[in-house]
Design a protein around this ligand. Sequence first.
Ligand SMILES: [Zn+2]
Ligand SMILES: [Zn+2]
Length: 119
Amino acid sequence: MNPEYEAYMCSEEWKGLKSRHPDPRKCVACETTYNLHLHHMIYPKDIWKTQPHHCCWLCEGCHDCFHRACVGERAKYLAWATDAGRVRMIVRAQRKEEGDFQSAADVLATMRIHQRSYR
Ligand SMILES: [Zn+2]
Ligand SMILES: [Zn+2]
């Protein structure tokens, strides 16, 4: 990862963009509202010029999954997945390939079980 990117990720600009991002606060792939990351779908040449529409929300698990899908020959997926629908498609395909696909309903059911056990 390049140093400019690292610096941006720690910046007030990035924090500000996250807090004013207009999309609903849920993962575009599985719809969970926990552990959300803002994923860059489009990398502007100058990372400091990132706009809200360059990014979408992914939960930690789906974010990892997306980047696992974009290695080697499949790195081209990164350039292709420029909207939330395409990001969702790649995450779901990757999950299926890895055999741990969970539908949004499964995830919600799991969350409810967790919430109950914490009460
Ligand atoms: Zn997710
Ligand atoms: Zn990402």
